[in-house]
Unconditional design. Structure first.
Length: 284
């Protein structure tokens, strides 16, 4: 082997490593640029919420003090939290066993149930809002937080069930069979094996239903009429006047709307892991 050949073989891996490093940095730079572009609207919202209304451009918290003290923002925030959390609890409690049936069940009945969920999911919400408003008006659930919670649960149920079923498909049935051999019932197998290992799926479903109820404007604008029942998306429109708009107050309410989802996702993000299933399979 000549000296030139040896140098070529040594230089080739070095060039490959350098090319791979440059590729990684390029991908990292692209991701940073995309993230910065996506954060521009949020940065603009926060900046406008902190800008003084006197035209000086100075930063201040006066807009937040104004919306929290001289408007119904606190009541709207409480209403939104109540509706969203109730939607999450009911949706997850129903979607988890329904998704289990969809994941483990076989037969025409389960197939028809799956097809029904698909059809319901495909229907536009606007097609049912007006008939439901007429119905709810007759039974006292219009302009009512309980009524709108029922609507949110119903509209999110099909997607929530599909999400739970999709995650449970990845949990081996042998885990349940081992629990049945040890004397566990079907319900205990579902509760202690499947549901316990479905925590990331449960959290994903919970976040989806929370955001759906938290951000909804269309349904709430039709069903909620009095200021005492407004949620935040409906309450923010009260700052828009016919000839002028208090943009500082609007952006302050928008920032308040951003906080709960951000806090919830940042807190629960560490639980998005499939380590529970991996640990259960370690002994097999």
């Amino acid at each position: 082997m000549t000296t030139t050949t040896l140098r070529t073989k040594i230089a080739t891996p070095r060039r490959s490593v350098e090319a791979g490093s440059r590729g990684q940095w390029l991908r990292f730079a692209i991701l940073v640029a995309l993230a910065a572009f996506a954060l521009i609207p949020i940065a603009g919202t926060v900046g406008l919420s902190l800008r003084a209304n006197n035209g000086t451009g100075s930063l201040t918290l006066d807009n937040f003090a104004k919306v929290l003290s001289s408007s119904g923002t606190v009541a709207w925030l409480v209403n939104s939290l109540q509706v969203a959390l109730a939607t999450v609890v009911v949706s997850v409690a129903v979607a988890a066993p329904a998704g289990y049936v969809l994941s483990r069940g076989r037969g025409r009945l389960v197939g028809g149930y799956s097809l029904l969920l698909f059809v319901v999911q495909a229907l536009p919400v606007i097609t049912s809002v007006i008939p439901l408003f007429i119905l709810f008006s007759h039974i006292g659930l219009a302009d009512n937080l309980v009524g709108i919670t029922i609507l949110y649960v119903a509209s999110s149920m099909s997607v929530a069930t599909w999400m739970m079923a999709s995650y449970m498909d990845g949990i081996p049935g042998s885990l349940e069979e081992a629990a049945w051999i040890d004397g566990a019932s079907v319900f205990k197998g579902f509760l202690h094996i499947v549901l316990r290992n479905s925590l990331p799926g449960v959290l994903s479903t919970a976040i989806f239903t929370f955001l759906m109820a938290w951000n909804d404007y269309l349904v709430a604008s039709i069903f909620l009429r009095s200021a005492g029942t407004f949620t935040l998306p409906i309450g923010v429109q009260t700052f828009f006047q016919q000839h002028s708009t208090d943009w500082g107050s609007v952006m302050a309410v928008a920032v308040i709307m951003l906080l709960p989802p951000t806090i919830i996702f940042a807190t629960l993000n560490k639980f998005f892991s499939v380590g529970g299933v991996a640990g259960s399979l370690a002994g097999q």
